[in-house]
Design a protein around this ligand. Sequence first.
Ligand code: ZN
Length: 277
Amino acid sequence: MADPCIITVAITGSVPRKKDNPALPVTIGEQVESTQEAFEAGATLAHVHVRDENENPSSDPERFARLQEGVTKHCPGMIMQFSTGGRGRAMEQRGAMLYLKPDMASLATGSVNFPTIVYENPPDFVRSLAKTMLDSDIKPEIEVFDLAMLYNTADLVAQGLIADPPHVQFVFGVKHALPARREILEFEVAQMKKLLPRATWTAAGIGRHQLEVNHWALEMGGHCRTGLEDNVRWDKTTLAPSNAALVRRVAELCAEYGRPVATAAQARALLGLRPAV
Ligand code: ZN
């Protein structure tokens, strides 16, 4: 039997405002509802950002707390992953909500250009976020936007700042970062297996590359990420009607590749997370 596939749903991200994307869940109520629909469609890991009252990216711990509470209540066992990503948030704010001890949090292990900004992750900042996660029993999801980030991760594991085995996400199709090319994913996975043989991995493609990258990950034995966060094109419109529709599409693909969709309990065991309370 092939390994179950963990489907991550990235529900909101920092994609444009609701007026351009009516399907995008922005308020906490909409986010809980959209996550629940995605959970019922097969997603077992929710990657979340929150917005302030003007729909701008926010680090407000109170909003993260309400979202965490809603998802925990309506999606039993679902893994919560808080974004510590930079777009629209000051660096010192990006880990401000980690005291809420989500199951996981994203961690980019280097800097990279994004379409219009530098995604800044200086070495000291990465180490400090990694240490906070380690001390709070939060499993990082390592975001690999560029190849050096993979080697940086191996160094941080060797230094004891990231617990072994890490969970790694390879990201493709962000303008100015890595293009969506299968050879790159194959190389990255091969390197990861040498450096971090026990690591688990997933992959994400942005915009029109989303589905293509899901195919590669399923075929190569990885896990999948989908969701409206990644579905937005650079003309600022989404291609999908809902997070749940995107999850259903990946669940159908899993069947095509003979990969069962992981249950929440299976996803937790695969990632070495504590069982849901
Ligand atoms: Zn994100």
